[in-house]
Design a protein around this ligand. Structure first.
Ligand code: TUI
Length: 308
């Protein structure tokens, strides 16, 4: 399944791993890249030197291409944006904002720039600013989300831009990949499925929660604050949504989410922590190596698309 994306990035399969905060560190990124996809290091809210260290570790673990996701709401975004250039990273994706101010620097350094967008308007703007591709991310995704669904967003973005489109949100197996291609995508980005990869360092409680999740087990906190975040339902989301419905502000509820993602990912507190995951968690039911996941999904997708 060669596409403009596989050729542009020099990867074997059109699968990109989401740059998940606290989760997408060197082990997962290197394993996905070794398996023929594109592994990503998630910049999240981490200081630039932490990301530099991850980059060096991935380079030591694989010769294959990999990238870094720059989370634009991070207080360290400016520094991380520079570190990717200093370290010669070839691919950057961005999330949770508009990366315009970094585009010239990245383009001059020969970095392939792939902003994650949740609207046609931002996709078109990114193309004008020189983006090499966009990830069109539907609201089925875990973490910080937009409003449009993958089913509606991907074909509208594909019609609106000439650069290749990568679909994200709600894709968890070969059927999802085939469907994304039918909508006009030339690759997919997946996060939730890789949460339960053997190489993923997320706490075993977190993995268990994803493996046991059912179709309607996710909730969105912060919709009324303009900071919608999808995670698996637990004590924290119930409390948050209750207080949010009572009119409590983002600032008043910050105590519920500060450090909560770390608490879930690192310490395994899946009751009070933030267990970010997408709506496809209900479909994810087995722990496998990244290699096994990618092989299984590509076999299924190729069969469905009649390419084998
Ligand atoms: O960025 C993501 N997903 C994330 S980032 C993250 S870390 C975090 N944790 C807690 C609160 C906030 C962030 C967890 N998950 N996905 C990419 C994405 N970008 N989804 C939606 C957007 C987006 C939304 C609005 C991008 C741009 C935008 O508007 C920018 C503008 O200026 O128009």
């Amino acid at each position: 399944m060669e596409t403009r994306i596989t050729k542009m990035l020099g990867i074997q399969y059109p699968i990109i791993q989401g740059g998940m905060a606290w989760v997408a560190e060197n082990h997962l990124a290197a394993a996905v890249s070794e398996a023929g996809g594109l592994g990503l290091i998630g910049g999240a809210n981490a200081p630039a030197e932490v990301i530099r260290d991850y980059i060096r570790k991935v380079k030591a673990a694989t010769d294959k291409p990999f990238g870094v996701n720059v989370m634009l709401m991070s207080p360290y975004a400016d520094e991380v944006a520079k570190v990717v250039v200093e370290e010669g990273v070839k691919v950057v994706t961005t999330g949770a904002g508009n990366p315009e101010k970094y585009m010239d620097m990245w383009k001059a350094a020969g970095v392939k720039v792939i902003p994650v967008v949740a609207s046609v308007a931002l996709a078109k703007r990114m193309e004008r600013y020189g983006a090499d591709a966009v990830v069109a991310e539907g609201t089925e995704s875990g973490g910080h989300i937009g409003e449009a669904t993958t089913m509606t967003l991907v074909p509208q973005v594909a019609d609106a831009v000439s650069i290749p489109v990568i679909a994200a949100g709600g894709i968890g197996d070969g059927r999802g990949i085939a469907a994304a291609f039918m909508l006009g995508a030339e690759a997919v980005q997946m996060g939730t499925r890789f949460l339960v990869a053997k190489e993923c360092i997320v706490h075993s409680n977190y993995k268990e929660r994803v493996l046991k999740a059912k179709d309607i087990d996710s909730a969105v906190t912060g919709r009324s604050h303009g900071h919608p975040v999808r995670c698996l339902r637990n004590q924290m989301t119930r409390e948050y949504v209750k207080l949010e419905n009572e009119g409590k502000s983002f600032e008043e509820l910050e105590y519920l989410t500060l450090g909560a993602l770390r608490n879930a990912v690192v310490d395994g507190d899946v009751k009070n922590g933030t267990v970010m995951a997408g709506q496809i968690a209900g479909l994810v039911d087995k722990e496998q190596t990244c290699q096994e996941m990618i092989q299984e999904m590509m076999t299924q997708a190729e069969m469905l698309l009649g390419r084998k």
